[in-house]
Design a protein around this ligand. Structure first.
Ligand SMILES: [Zn+2]
Ligand SMILES: [Zn+2]
Length: 175
């Protein structure tokens, strides 16, 4: 597994609408994954997982490294992950074992293994929530100087425009 890709997929999973199977299918299509296993039950389990996973990103936003680690450990205890070494495309790497796992369990396992590896390899301060007003999306910060604050280019430029307008207003008011 490319753990950064899996950690980013975990953030995308948390940001995804999971109201019904069509939403889950759309998420899987975005990731070039097969969609034929998706069920209502997977959606229900993934909605529950979204609620469990958000506090990990909230702790990241608060730069509470201990809480990030503690919450991820709690989630791995609640959702045991079975890693499996795979060599299907040359280099040996970790996958989550798929035997007897539902689609939801597989996505949860990949999310947790990806996030846990990211936290161990790059540090616990890599998870956050978008700083833009009225945006609750989460992100994985892979920038070299850990400076990411927004979920997307769109939110970043929206926030910059708002800050620029606020400065103009302040200048106009003081003139
Ligand atoms: Zn692989
Ligand atoms: Zn955002």
């Amino acid at each position: 597994m490319d753990f950064i890709r899996y950690a980013e997929a975990a953030a995308a999973l948390l940001n995804a609408d999971m109201t019904d199977v069509d939403d889950l299918v759309a998420y899987l299509r975005d990731r070039d994954r097969p969609t034929d296993q998706a069920t209502d039950r997977d959606c229900m389990l993934l909605r529950k997982f979204q609620r469990e996973l958000r506090p990990v990103f909230e702790a990241g936003t608060a730069e509470d490294a201990d809480a990030v680690v503690e919450r991820l450990n709690e989630l791995m205890a609640r959702h045991p992950v079975t890693p499996r070494i795979s060599g299907h495309d040359g280099d040996l790497h970790l996958h989550v074992a798929t035997e007897n796992a539902s689609l939801a369990e597989l996505l949860v396992g990949e999310s947790l293994l990806g996030l846990a590896t990211l936290v161990c390899d790059l540090g616990p301060n890599r998870l956050g929530e978008c700083a833009a007003l009225r945006c609750t999306a989460v992100f994985v910060d892979t920038s070299p100087n850990q400076s990411r604050r927004y979920c997307s280019e769109r939110c970043s430029s929206r926030a910059n425009v708002a800050a620029f307008r606020a400065r103009q207003k302040a200048v106009a008011a003081s003139a």
